[in-house]
Design a protein. Structure first.
Ligand SMILES: NC(=[NH2+])NCCC[C@H](N)C(=O)O
Length: 411
C-alpha cells in the first residue's frame, strides 16, 4: 500500500483510485428534483451498479487498487466519537439546521446508527417520513421547504468521485462545489483527508472554506510542473489564480505553470474533462464545440510573477500552441470527439465521448457507446478498454469523472 498521494500526470500507470459505488441516492431522484440534483434522467440503479462494478473490475484487472470513499469515510469517522460528532454537526449546520428541534432529532437519528449505516444514509438522503418530528415552524408548512420531502437531500452525483477534490502532485485541493446538491460531498473528503491514517500529512493546496468555486473535473495534471484548469460553469477564474499562487509559493509543490482554458458554460460541458482529456505524452481528446467559429479559444498561461506582480499571465487563442508551449512539445495529436462530425461529435460528447481515463500512457478506459470516437482513437494507436454505459451515462459523466486517482507511477 502506498501512503499519501502521488499524481504527477494524467497518464502514469494507475495504481490506486477512489470510487463510489452508486447506491440508494440514485433512487431518490424524481422528475421534480432532477434538475437541482444535476441529472437529466433517472438511472436504473441495479444496472448502474452492475456497470459500475464492471468499471471497477477493469481497473483492478489492470493493476489498480480500487478504494471506495464511503469505506474510507467510515474508517475516518470511527477514529473517535468526537470526530464523528463534529462531522455530523458540520453536515447539519451546512444544511441550515442549527441547534433546535430538527437539528437535535436528526443528530440523534443519525448518531444512533452504526457509522457504516450513517454514511450510507447520508449518501441516500434522509426523508421527512423517517422521523416523527412534531414541528410547528412555518417553513415546514409553507413555501418551497414544505415541498421538499427530504431533511437531507440525496447525493446522487457522488459516484463522480473526480469532482469534490483533486489529487495534484503530492497533495489535494478539497473543493468548494458550485451547487448545493454537491457541497456535502467535499465535506466527506475533508474528513477522510484529515482523519484517515492513509492520508496523514497530505498537503492541502486549497480547502473548501472559500467563497470562490472549483471542481475536480476542471483540474488536469499535465505534467510534474503543469496543471490545466478549466474556466467553466463550475470553476471560476478567481479560484484558479488563488490556486496558482499557492502552487508557486508552497515548497511541497513542483508546479510552476497553470494553463487556464476557457470553455462554454453549460450543463453538457460542465467541466474541462467533458471536452478535453489527456491520453498520452502528446495525445489528447478534444470536443470541437469548444472552439469559436474561427478555431480560437481563450487560454491563459499563468507563471510566477516578476517585479512584485502576483503572477504573470500570457493570453493565447490557439489551444495547440498553448499545449506545445507549456509541455515543450513540437508535435501534438488532438483527437476530435466523433471525428468532428456535426451530429456525431455533440451526440458522443453528450455521453462523455471526450471523457477518457488514462490508466497508462496511450491506454484508456471509456464508455462503449461512443463507437465513432473509439474507432478513431484506435486508428491513432490508442489502446481502449470499453466499459458499459447505459445507466451510468445518465448522470453526464464518464470514466474520468467516476474516478479519483491517488497514486500513479511516475512517467
Ligand atoms: N468530472 C466530471 N465531468 N464530472 C461530471 C459530473 C456530472 C454531475 N451530474 C454534475 O453535474 O456535477
Amino acid at each position: 500500500m502506498n501512503k499519501g498521494i502521488q499524481v504527477n500526470s494524467e497518464i502514469g500507470k494507475l495504481k490506486s483510485v477512489l470510487l463510489h459505488r452508486p447506491g440508494a441516492e440514485v433512487e431518490n431522484i424524481t422528475p421534480d428534483t432532477m434538475q437541482d440534483l444535476l441529472f437529466d434522467d433517472i438511472p436504473f440503479l441495479k444496472i448502474a451498479q452492475k456497470e459500475h462494478d464492471y468499471f471497477a473490475q477493469v481497473l483492478r484487472d489492470n493493476g489498480a487498487e480500487t478504494l471506495y470513499i464511503e469505506d474510507l469515510a467510515v474508517e475516518a469517522l470511527d477514529k473517535s466519537e468526537e470526530i464523528k460528532k463534529n462531522f455530523l454537526t458540520t453536515l447539519l449546520t451546512e444544511h441550515g439546521y442549527r441547534h433546535g428541534r430538527t437539528f437535535e432529532e436528526l443528530q440523534a437519528y443519525l448518531s444512533g446508527m452504526s457509522t457504516k449505516d450513517m454514511v450510507t444514509k447520508i449518501y441516500a438522503g434522509v426523508r421527512k417520513n423517517e422521523l416523527d418530528i412534531k414541528r410547528s415552524t412555518l417553513s415546514d408548512m409553507a413555501g418551497s421547504d414544505a415541498e421538499n420531502l427530504f431533511y437531507l437531500n440525496p447525493l446522487p452525483n457522488a459516484y463522480f468521485t473526480r469532482d469534490p477534490q483533486a489529487s495534484i502532485g503530492v497533495g489535494m485541493t478539497i473543493n468548494r462545489m458550485t451547487f448545493p446538491a454537491r457541497q456535502p460531498e467535499s465535506l466527506i473528503t475533508e474528513y477522510v483527508m484529515a482523519h484517515h491514517p492513509r492520508f496523514e500529512g497530505t498537503p492541502i493546496w486549497r480547502d473548501r472554506n472559500h467563497t470562490t468555486r472549483i471542481e475536480g473535473g476542471d483540474e488536469l495534471v499535465l505534467s510534474k510542473n503543469v496543471v490545466a484548469i478549466g474556466v467553466s460553469e463550475r470553476t471560476s477564474s478567481k479560484s484558479i489564480q488563488q490556486l496558482a499562487k499557492e502552487f508557486f509559493r508552497n515548497p511541497a509543490s513542483t508546479f510552476d505553470t497553470v494553463l487556464a482554458v476557457e470553455i462554454p458554460h453549460n450543463h453538457a460541458m460542465m467541466h474541462l474533462d467533458t471536452v478535453f482529456t489527456m491520453i498520452n505524452h502528446d495525445q489528447f481528446t478534444v470536443f470541437p464545440g469548444i472552439f469559436h467559429g474561427d478555431g480560437s479559444i481563450n487560454t491563459f498561461i499563468i507563471k510566477p510573477g516578476k517585479d512584485g506582480e502576483e503572477v504573470e499571465i500570457e493570453h493565447l487563442t490557439d489551444l495547440e500552441k498553448a499545449l506545445k508551449k507549456v509541455l515543450n512539445l513540437s508535435e501534438l495529436d488532438l483527437i476530435e470527439c466523433g471525428n468532428g462530425d456535426p451530429i456525431v461529435a455533440p451526440r458522443e460528447q453528450w455521453n462523455d465521448g471526450s471523457n477518457t481515463l488514462a490508466i497508462a500512457p496511450g491506454e484508456i478506459v471509456t464508455y462503449d457507446r461512443n463507437y465513432v470516437t473509439i474507432e478513431l482513437l484506435k486508428q491513432h494507436g490508442v489502446k481502449v478498454h470499453e466499459i458499459l454505459s447505459s445507466e451510468l451515462a445518465r448522470g453526464r459523466g464518464g470514466a474520468r469523472c467516476m474516478s479519483q486517482p491517488i497514486w500513479r507511477d511516475e512517467i
